[in-house]
Design a protein around this ligand. Structure first.
Ligand code: GAR
Length: 203
């Protein structure tokens, strides 16, 4: 059966990458296949996860290469590997409108809040959970969305709510959001997008 060729872009721990790999191993990603992992950080643990699972990986270092050149290299890698869907999983570089236009409707992201709360420029990683705790919300969660030129502004694909508990720290909240929402909805949403791309024969 045909599968959508997926590249996962990461910068850090890669627990979402791991969740997608695990889902695939369980047979829960029948419409897609991870072909490539790209990291903008040479010491990202996500790279170890790729190699431990026999997935090809590449580093395009944010620290050493200016954005335009970095994106040119990434577009080359995506093309060489026949990539049809780009999955951002804790990828901490903002993509240019030019890059996004090359993969219109074919880039997805996961954000650790219920968009439109606690999102946009400067809201990433632990900062999101710090902001949620500072505001005193009782419910937060995660959102999977298509990427467009507006930071965290593309159409929403999936969301899941998570309770904030008394005594939560940004770290404890982050872990609960990952465990109960991100690692659950991201593989499901990716399968849904892959299936839809295959059914549109839009590959
Ligand atoms: C995840 O919580 C992800 O939602 C968040 O960074 C973390 C990456 O963890 N992404 C953003 O904040 C993007 N705006 P991971 O590397 O272990 O998947």
């Amino acid at each position: 059966m045909a599968k959508i060729r997926i590249a996962v872009l990461c910068s850090g721990g890669g627990t979402n990458l791991q969740a997608i790999i695990d889902a695939s191993g369980r047979g829960d990603l029948p419409s897609g296949q991870i072909e490539l992992v790209i990291s903008d950080n040479p010491s990202a643990y996500a790279l170890e996860r790729a190699s431990a699972n026999g997935i090809k990986s590449a580093v395009v270092s944010k620290k050493d290469i200016p954005r335009e050149q970095r994106e040119r290299i990434m577009l080359g890698l995506l093309e060489e590997n026949g990539i049809q869907l780009v999955v951002l999983a804790g990828f901490m570089s903002v993509l240019s409108a030019n890059f996004i236009s090359r993969f219109e409707g074919r880039i997805v992201n996961i954000h650790p809040s219920l968009i439109p709360s606690f999102c946009g420029v400067g809201m990433y990683g632990l900062h999101v959970h710090e902001a949620a705790l500072a505001r005193g919300v009782k419910i937060t969660g995660a959102t999977v969305h298509f990427v467009n030129e507006e930071c965290d502004g593309g159409p929403i694909i999936a969301q899941k709510a998570v309770e904030v508990l008394d005594g939560d720290t940004p770290e404890s909240l982050q872990l609960r959001v990952m465990r109960n929402a991100e690692w659950v909805i991201y593989p499901l949403a990716i399968e849904k997008v892959c299936k839809s791309l295959l059914s549109k024969n839009n590959v």
